[in-house]
Design a protein around this ligand. Sequence first.
Ligand code: GLC
Ligand code: CA
Length: 568
Amino acid sequence: MPIFTPPSPALQKAWWKETIVYQIYPRSFKDSNDDGIGDLNGITEKLDYLHGLGIETLWLNPIFASPNADNGYDISDYRQIMPDFGTMEDFDRLLKETHARGMRLLLDLVLNHTSDQHPWFCEARTSRENPYYDYYLWWPEEQGHPPYRKSHFDEKGDAWCYNAPTRSYYLHYFARQQPDLNWQSPKVRAEIYDILRFWLDKGVDGFRLDSIPYIAKDTSFPEIDLRKYPDVFPYYSLGPHLHDYLHEMNREVFSRYDCTTVGEGSKTAPEEGWKFIAPERQELDMLYHFGAADIRNETEADDPATGIPYSLLALKRMYAEWDAAVGDGWPTIYLGNHDQPRMVSRFGSDAPEWRDLSAKMLTMFLLTMRGTPYWLAGDELGMTNIRFTRIEEYDDIDTRNHYRKLLREGGDTEQFLREQQEIGRDNARTPYQWDGTLYAGFSTAKPWLRVNPNHTEVNAARELCDPDSVLNFFRRAVTLRKGHPDLVYGSFRLVDADNPQVFAYLREGTGRNYLTVLNFSPKAARFDPKTDLTEAMPLLHNYPAPPIAEKEGPIELRPYEGILYRLA
Ligand code: GLC
Ligand code: CA
């Protein structure tokens, strides 16, 4: 199979390539009944606002019945709406109103695990003879203690949990309230396809499939040496038959509907990633890889003098690799989501002097790259990390259980809390900032998670009235992308690839060519376009006037300056 092939001119057009996917964390978007929790009617209320921004596709984080150990990523009934969020009638209305505006709706399905309160698991855990026992993954007690597996969220770090009635341990790669399903069972797969059909028959336009590489793992559970991280990943995910399952799911379900699919591709490298999305393999449409999310962990800053706290060279290389690796498949782009810090806090700067400029620069990046942009609600306002100082302020099971684990092991909890200010997941989950009132117009009751105090300044009501706001810049960028199909379908090529401060790329289409030039640093930068820009037309820039281009030679960029040129 081809790896690293350039896209062919025969690349198929599709609505999901042209759209921006706007991600809504329903708990945090808008509370319609003043219980402090966002809900479906709240989203319906705000559809006109979203439509006015040019948004055409919504992705909702899980809205299904759930005891909320992990805010909906532990589903106890795949065919019911979580009461906090409303009723099935509320959902039907939301879907109808979304479609009435020509918009689309994607749901987030968690298929690697269920809640431990799901009826399947309640049955399974009663006896080895129960027909549902085989729906999950077990290690029988008579074989001794199971080989160690690390859990993402467990407060002891152990992915095995002992279940006395069955005299066996069940596997949970996430929290112990999230037992892993056994995808080797044809019955489990059939149940899952039924669930997918249930929602597609209602008219939803597709799915984000949570943690999808994890559905297939080595279930012989050999002893592994965790010091060999990250070589141990194959034991956790990307295991045997993964692509058979995805192809089967496509054949049984997706191919029979007009829908799109995006798999969350944690820990998937480009060499593996293309397999999910190569059109001829008929698996998924898109893979939401972790290239950008992982960048800071793996690399150091290129040069402290640039003021960029991560390696921009690595970021550029990573996107170029993915772009090539997808071949005739289609890339995805994002810089933030409900599991990551706010994009401006992480990839730009949320210091008062740079927040607006860097948020606009990152907006240009996401909306002019090749690939479908995934946009987290609130980033269009320039929302920032909240940076809680006390563990009690956090709601997230990941943060809380890691803290407990450190307490138990005598680890450095102070250091942990400092790190969480930068990377904690709740930073991106604070309520949407609608206005400057007490609870930011999100609710009249105390919200489930504290509102960022900067909502008095960073909020939709103020920004809608300010032509220079991040919000209005976003709106302009969205309109521009829609009006220039070559910004969607044109090819991608890095320019001045070794520049440690500037991310620049050419988009070459069948009609027009475009050049995006972005200074990712808080320092002035030089950029050599290697071409004459005097005749180029600046279409979008984040300073009042674009830089002066000479016939040849480098141009000088101001901190976080971004320009999109249409080339002559
Ligand atoms: C995905 C979700 C995350 C969740 C985890 C377990 O990574 O994005 O929020 O905690 O899967 O379902
Ligand atoms: Ca509510």
